[in-house]
Design a protein around this ligand. Structure first.
Ligand SMILES: Nc1ncnc2c1ncn2[C@@H]1O[C@H](COP(=O)(O)OP(=O)(O)OP(=O)(O)O)[C@@H](O)[C@H]1O
Ligand SMILES: [Mg+2]
Length: 636
């Protein structure tokens, strides 16, 4: 289920890495944006200075009995400067918002690309061991929290911090005493933030986990809807969801309660502070106007108190902002951290250097050529001698004493030795869980084993690049997977450059053409939801056609015909027989009819080959094979 395992804390250095990443995407635009932010921040603190000047002029005029005419031009010029400042501040604010929108969306797009690229390079093991809902949530939840951080929290944090610092400088310049009063209030605010804010962040993270869980539950229910229905589990499912949903509600409620109390409390502390500063300023003005109680650059007066009040408001507002944003940055970094974790996952290793090339015979010697000849060769560069040899691709597969375990300490295959010569049909039979699929997983290198134990045309398969290796294999997996697109697209998946005719030919060969042409739209029929609009057997036929169109020298068919009726199967069988000429074929099947005509049948039991031989040999032997299948045979 969804992000249950979601880490609640970001790793150290995530922030630095995030900034570095954004910077690497936008090396010019990001500094420009930061400059705009800093500019907007600093400018927004300046009006107080001009306000002080204007009030100073007016009070001065009142004291000295100057008329409006004498001071009007100065006042006007200050007012014009003020208006200009506000205009510039507004413009740069608009500018950085626009720039940041571009940077944010661009960054998210690039990160999504990076993640997908990475994901496509991860080994099968990653998908075995990680919850699919959780992997999915990297693209949804985590990206969304990151969006918040990059587009809002970080710029706001930078902006508010600069405002706080420059205001502090101006305030100290205005009056040190009054600044101290403000600072006492601010410490109270920080204390409250720490108390309440910590709780809020904790609950927000729990809320994210609860969202993941709810999403996972919904996903699973949609996926298993038919099972839910056949077992009449609708009511149980509804009440289960109710629990999950309740929990999400509780966490979200707590998180938001905390967050919603923090704002008003901080605001009120700010307001109280405002009043205190106003009273303190007033008293100082009235009682001791003749002394310079500012202790700093300016003489104390109404002209100082009024802008100071303004600044107090702005200052507490900014501190409020900073504490608010730090919270969401912490949360967002948890998402960023998860994204970076995915980007840091170790990719599927491939040290293979033997590749597959088109080849032809020149003077009896096999050499590489640049056109299709229908002959393929392994191009094997030898590191020691610097020579390159070409080996004809034939499909000779040999296992020598192969042991394998998915998890340490739990051996799945034990001492498997087998060989398949070009053109042979090798069948694996055995009970569920015996290790049949595992053998094929090793041939196509979904999982790697120790050196030298599996050889393909005499080459250690670890030396063959995975691309080349899989190109040479036609694989029909046990679970059929079809993709959104037409039937034709799905068949062409086996060989992207195949023409329509080739696809149809392949379908005809494996007996899929019949049902496809009977559908109203034929090969143009759209497949949705992994082929939910097709029968299981039809899906398998398409999967077989997909492997056939690739025209590989080795075929691996894992339970490929398990859902196909016996009549169609004999059609498939005939097609396969044509297809199999000159190919090595590994079949895994529970049905006797599929394996009967194999050159050799391997009977697996708990990861070991316990019997091997042709159908007739094994029947005669009256061993495990005989026992496994005579019942079924007699019924048939
Ligand atoms: N990805 C995996 N991680 C860990 N163990 C696995 C994994 N896949 C399979 N196994 C284990 O390996 C053993 C062999 O599984 P395998 O899929 O090869 O069986 P099988 O013979 O193909 O069975 P079936 O006829 O049901 O398809 C099983 O006991 C299974 O529990
Ligand atoms: Mg299997």
């Amino acid at each position: 289920m969804g992000s249950q395992k979601m880490k609640s804390k970001a790793k150290k250095g995530t922030m630095a890495r995030l900034i570095k990443t954004v910077f690497s995407f936008y090396p010019r635009m990001l500094p420009l944006t930061l400059m705009c932010i800093a500019f907007a921040a600093i400018i927004s603190t300046l009006p107080s200075i001009f306000l002080q000047n204007i009030i100073g002029l007016v009070t001065d005029a009142l004291d000295t009995g100057k008329g409006w005419d004498e001071i009007s031009s100065s006042v006007f010029s200050f007012v014009i400067i003020l208006v200009c400042l506000y205009a510039v501040s507004l413009t740069s604010g608009f500018l950085w918002n626009q720039l940041m929108a571009v940077i944010t969306q661009g960054t998210l797009k690039k990160l999504r690309d990076k993640m997908f690229n990475k994901m496509e390079r991860l080994p099968v093991k990653y998908f075995d061991t990680n919850n699919h809902g959780d992997i999915m949530s990297h693209y949804t939840n985590d990206i969304d929290t990151l969006r918040q951080v990059v587009s809002q929290s970080l710029p706001q944090l930078v902006m508010s911090s600069i405002v706080v610092i420059s205001l502090l400088i101006i305030m100290v310049y205005f009056s040190l005493w009054m600044t101290l009063v403000v600072l006492v209030g601010v410490f109270a605010m920080l204390f409250v933030t720490k108390k309440i804010g910590g709780g809020s962040a904790r609950h927000f993270i729990r809320q994210q986990v609860a969202i993941g869980r709810a999403e996972g539950f919904i996903e699973e229910t949609i996926h298993g809807q038919k099972v839910v229905k056949v077992f009449c589990h609708e009511e149980a499912s509804i009440s289960d969801f109710d629990k999950v949903n309740d929990e999400l509600f509780r966490e979200a409620d707590r998180a938001n309660k905390y967050a919603n109390t923090l704002g008003p409390i901080l605001n009120n502390i700010g307001n109280v502070l405002y009043v205190i500063v106003a009273i303190a300023g007033g008293i100082m003005c009235l009682l001791i106007p003749e002394y310079n109680v500012s202790l700093s650059g300016l003489a104390f007066s109404v002209a100082v108190v009024v802008p100071f009040l303004n600044m107090t408001k702005q200052f507490t507002g900014s501190v409020n902002q900073v504490s608010h944003q730090i919270n969401s940055v912490v949360m967002g970094l948890a998402g960023a951290s998860r994204i970076f974790d995915l980007l840091d996952e170790e990719e599927e290793k491939d040290e293979g250097y033997v590749t597959l090339v088109d080849a032809e015979y020149v003077n009896g010697e096999l050499t590489e050529c640049d056109h299709h000849t229908g002959i393929w060769a392994w191009k094997h560069p030898h590191k020691e001698t610097g020579e390159t040899t070409y080996v004809l691709l034939q499909g000779d597969v040999r296992f020598t004493e192969v042991d394998f375990e998915y998890e340490p300490g739990k051996p799945v295959l034990k001492n498997i030795t087998l060989y398949a010569e070009p053109g042979q049909k090798v069948a694996f039979v055995g009970a569920t869980g015996a290790g049949k699929t595992t053998i094929t997983n090793l041939i196509n290198r979904f999982y790697d084993i120790a050196d030298g134990k599996i050889r393909y045309d005499g080459i250690n398969i670890n030396k063959i690049s995975k691309r080349a290796l899989r190109r040479s294999l036609g694989i029909v997996l046990q679970d059929t997977n079809l993709f959104t697109g037409t039937v034709m697209d799905n068949i062409r998946y086996g060989k992207l450059e195949a023409s329509d005719e080739e696809c149809i030919e392949a379908a005809r060969l494996v007996g899929a053409d019949d049902f496809i042409t009977r559908m109203p739209k034929g090969y143009a029929t759209e497949i949705t939801n992994n082929g939910a609009n097709l029968s299981q057997g039809q899906r398998q036929l398409i999967a077989i056609a997909r492997a056939a169109v690739a025209d590989p020298p080795v075929m691996i068919l894992d339970e490929a015909t398990s859902s196909i009726d016996t009549r169609t199967e004999s059609i498939v069988q005939r097609g396969m027989d044509t297809l199999m000429k000159g190919r090595t074929v590994f079949v895994i099947a529970h049905r006797l009819s599929t394996v009967k005509n194999s050159d050799v049948i391997m009977v697996l039991d708990h990861g070991e080959i316990i019997e091997r031989g042709s159908h007739d040999d094994l029947i005669e032997k009256k061993g495990q094979y005989y026992k496994l299948y005579t019942g079924a045979f007699e019924l048939e």
